[in-house]
Write a protein that binds this ligand. Sequence first.
Ligand code: FAD
Ligand code: MLT
Ligand code: ZN
Length: 487
Amino acid sequence: LTSELYPSVKRNPNYKKLANEDIQFFQSILTENEILQANDKEDLAFYNEDWMRKYRGQSKIVLKPKSVEKISQILKYCNEQKIAVVPQGGNTGLVGGSVPVFDEVVLSVSNLNEIRNFDPVSGILKCDAGVILENADNFLAEHGYIFPLDLGAKGSCHVGGVVACNAGGLRLLRYGSLHGSVLGLEVVLPNGDILNSMHSLRKDNTGYDLKQLFIGSEGTIGIITGVSILTPPRPKAFNVSFLAVNSYEDVQKVFVKAKKELLEILSAFEFMDDKSQQLTKHHLAGVPHPFEESYPFYILIETSGSNKDHDDEKLEKFLESAMEDGLVVDGVVAQDETELRNLWQWRELIPESSQCQGGVYKYDVSLPLKHLYSLVEAANARLSEAALLGDAPKPVIQAVGYGHVGDGNLHLNVAVREYNKQVEKALEPFVYEFVSSKNGSISAEHGLGFQKKNYIGYTKNPQEIKMIKDLKTHFDPNGILNPYKYI
Ligand code: FAD
Ligand code: MLT
Ligand code: ZN
């Protein structure tokens, strides 16, 4: 079996090709509703293709077990038979990690979707891995709590999926990384053993912190089936302001000022360049942008706290002074919930706007703040030199920059009319070399997946890579989980 999408990657012949006896085994433990097989009516495209429509596998079978025990039986069998398996959550990952490369079995955890327990005193939530993030957050809202992570894919991605990717999202600035808020995990290991580590302790220094290994492991060493997470009280008051600034220098200055002056109520600080807004305007044809005029950069600031009057006053003072200083040249503040959502959409819909023109090359990097935007300028210069950027028939529509300034995380998106090897060659390894030269990370939050597995060396040194490989071999000696990816 070969893939026309990935001519240089060969199917590993050590993996068994599914035979009738394997399907019979799956049928012996799963009900009809828990197995999808490719046939005349069902092509399994949803499970084989990723959100960006960039990566496509050829799996003929999707298993959707309804219990942890069934996952354990499936993995034990696949491990013995050397059948490769791709764990899948909401399939919103952005590095090609969630879909098969060849004929791997897709194991979706979407049928494990129950809230297990919530303690309203500590704020600790225990739930199945397949609970959709937005559902978890809506459940918490009823109890006055909030999920400590928010991102544009919340309506589809799973709690287990975000943990498997160690997703960052829009409020990491406030609530920190999942490495801090996840208190415990339940994981089915490749040999079928169930690791029950669903702790609910904030402090526990008895031995290695095993759960940390699985946070960000992208389905390569175990399938996460349960998550125990500390959730904070839900803020009563939210404010969002959308600001225009003249330079990236000024974005940094406003960030420093916002940290100092908004301090404990600052919950998001996002930036967008003008090109990203042009793409989003095009996508949202007819929806008015917060500003009639265009400016080089925009900032979205969210505050959240417990007292609206207090927060309003603080934000107003901050904005007045930022305008007096000449840092902010224009600004709007949402007056109600609808306006708040409208302002957020100009940030949250950038990914969709850059993807839907035909395709998108995405780079999600950490860089020292002073160098953050220079990558977008360098990428644009490179695409221009290569005569790839411009009006049709040139393949590149726009190279845009936006991201989580508060976390030193830039998203460089290159929107294309269709996926094109010439564009890819111009950008890779160019982008990774650039990031490495500034001591950044080639993956701030989306992970390695299939896209970056050959590039990990731009961020990790040989000793670190060896240790990661040793850990993979320790947990998954037959390499059945999510092959061809990560490392
Ligand atoms: P999937 O896409 O199904 O899987 C992702 C990876 O995790 C795969 O390698 C898969 O094998 C593995 N996996 C999934 N579930 C499990 C499990 N239960 N056990 C073991 N492995 C598993 N990311 C950010 O960090 N910040 C953002 O702001 C952000 N915004 C986004 C906005 C949009 C519109 C989209 C489409 C994506 C965004 N992402 C963001 C990407 C982010 O990685 C995913 O949305 C999310 O983390 C993946 O969750 P999922 O359930 O869809 O997992
Ligand atoms: C975001 O911050 O919007 C996400 O990480 C998704 C993306 O960049 O596409
Ligand atoms: Zn992001």
